[in-house]
Write a new protein. Structure first.
Length: 179
């Protein structure tokens, strides 16, 4: 199994300045934005990308404070399949880190989250066959099959605005970005 770099989620203190810099200077576009936590709708996470194949290459969460040890929430690696995600969960379990694994369904990705030995957040994910407006966060069981998760994703997110096949979404985004 190969892990391919995907994205980072960064804690920031001035969201507008970060969006302006990454847009105006580095050439990123906002691909999505929404409440970081449904109970605090005023705190919005912003996703940005330069390529139509990736929903986001970087995301900003405006929760940074002076006393934080790190300004990163997590780094993320993409794998080829749901079987690879489950294999990584098994590896973590065999290495004694199984209790730390948190399976998450973002609708557009099926992930596991955990921490490395120094406490850095890591996400291993595969793309789902769907696009779902972000942020989204529901759990799934490591006992689930890919069919189970596909059905659960359709049930949980299928009625939401923006739900489509990933193929439709990437085709539209590539056209919008001139990719």
């Amino acid at each position: 199994m190969k892990l391919r770099w995907s994205h980072a989620v960064v804690y920031v203190s001035d969201l507008d300045a970060m969006i302006a810099f990454y847009s105006d200077v580095l050439g990123f576009e906002v691909s999505d934005r929404g409440p970081l936590d449904p109970n605090m709708p005023e705190i919005e996470v912003v996703f940005m990308t330069q390529v139509g194949t990736d929903h986001h290459q970087i995301a900003f969460a405006p929760v940074r404070s002076e006393d934080m040890k790190s300004n990163f929430d997590h780094i993320a690696f993409r794998v080829d399949s749901f079987a690879d995600v489950k294999e990584m969960a098994s590896r973590l379990n065999a290495a004694g880190h199984g209790a730390e694994v948190a399976p998450v369904n973002h609708g557009n990705a099926w992930s596991i989250y955990f921490k490395d030995p120094e406490g850095n957040g890591i996400e291993i994910f595969c793309d789902s066959p769907y696009h779902v407006n972000q942020p989204q966060l529901t759990g799934w069981s490591l006992e689930d099959s890919e069919d189970d998760l596909r059905k659960a994703t359709e049930e949980q997110f299928g009625a939401e605005a923006g739900f489509s096949s990933m193929e439709e979404y990437t085709s539209r985004r590539k056209a919008e970005l001139g990719d």
